[in-house]
Write a protein that binds this ligand. Structure first.
Ligand SMILES: Nc1ncnc2c1ncn2[C@@H]1O[C@H](COP(=O)(O)OP(=O)(O)O)[C@@H](O)[C@H]1O
Ligand SMILES: [Mg+2]
Length: 319
């Protein structure tokens, strides 16, 4: 039987709230999750969902109210397991008078490598995250993207089997995000397990074997990005123009969005022909008909029950 890389059972965290800290608020509610070896697993959720809390619990930086977790078959309380895992915190704090090379040296000392091996390893790691030429520059002169890459280098310099990254792409420009994506894909190629949290859904959709969606401390869904997308009702988008003196039926106007003379409407597949019939009856000009492939974004926003007004545009196609 192969053991899961990460196995989370009933993990729960309450934080005290209020001045007297007498009341407790549940920030993570009985999380059950299993991540297989070699997977890139995306942990998705809006701000405040409980992603960082989960990662801190797994890293033993905070302690659970209830529940347990195992990483590589070992209880998270077992410190031996820390040799085999890497962690990028959400807001890494680095001594900014150090250079990138010095910082990595500081971290690799904990791993017990001899000096010569440390040197080689660090040089290779700097190369890998594209920081060779900035290796001896003080971190305070680094851009946000460069710091994030040092943070990732720090998390993987000791060849961990499982890598935890808390919002690794946040605050990065598109190029920085692509670089981080490439590093994550590289880790997968080497057979490592990557567990990363994000609220940037397109990154998760592109990278992940599976994703979990967390909202208000509760797990709302787990699956391959493709599977999650296919449970959605697929709609069809119709773009059309009305003709002079031929008013459109009111129910169509109400459900369509208008830009100048053009209208756009999304309907469920089953309503396509009836809608085209209605448009033909008033001699509307059809500009295009295309299927709408729902994205993880759609799924995500449906799950997190955004306020009605934010949903208005989407609700057009919900009968
Ligand atoms: N140290 C803390 N004390 C009290 N509440 C906290 C603490 N850390 C996080 N929280 C609360 O727990 C919830 C989840 O936070 P967090 O895990 O940081 O979410 P995410 O990383 O998904 O944005 C939030 O409501 C947050 O305010
Ligand atoms: Mg967070």
């Amino acid at each position: 039987m192969s053991t899961a890389a990460i196995e989370i059972v009933g993990l729960t965290k309450d934080y005290p709230v209020g001045f007297w800290r007498k009341r407790m608020r549940r920030s993570l509610d009985s999380l059950n999750l299993q991540v297989e070896e070699g997977e890139i697993f995306g942990f998705l959720g809006p701000n405040g969902a409980g992603k960082t809390t989960t990662l801190k619990l797994l890293m033993r930086l905070i302690f659970p109210t209830a529940g347990t977790a195992r990483i590589l078959g070992r209880s998270i309380g077992d410190t031996r397991m820390h040799r085999d895992i890497g962690y990028l915190p959400e807001q890494p704090y680095f001594y900014d008078h150090l250079t990138a090379r010095e910082l990595l040296d500081y971290y690799t000392r904990f791993s017990g490598y001899p000096a010569a091996e440390r040197r080689d390893r660090i040089a290779r790691m700097l190369e890998r995250v594209g920081l060779s030429s900035a290796a001896d520059v003080q971190l305070r002169k680094f851009s946000k993207g460069m710091l994030q890459r040092v943070g990732i280098a720090q998390a993987i310099v000791h060849d961990p089997k499982v890598v935890f990254l808390d919002e690794p792409m946040s605050g990065l420009d598109p190029i920085g995000r692509r670089e981080v994506r490439d590093i994550i894909l590289d880790l997968k190629q080497q057979g490592r397990t990557v567990f990363f949290s994000t609220h940037i859904l397109s990154d998760a959709e592109m990278l992940c074997d599976r994703v979990a969606v967390l909202h208000l401390g509760q797990l709302r869904g787990v699956g391959a990005p493709g599977e999650i997308v296919s449970i959605e009702v697929h709609g069809v988008e119709i773009l059309f123009e009305s003709r002079e003196g031929r008013p459109l039926p009111l129910d169509l106007i109400q459900r369509a969005t208008r830009t100048g003379q053009r209208y756009r409407i999304e309907v469920p597949e089953a309503e396509l022909y009836p809608t085209l019939g209605q448009l033909r009856d008033c001699d509307a000009r059809i500009l295009s008909v295309s299927t709408v492939r729902p994205t993880l974004e759609d799924y995500f926003f449906r799950l997190v029950d955004r306020p009605k007004e934010a949903h208005a545009a989407v609700e057009v196609n919900v009968p």
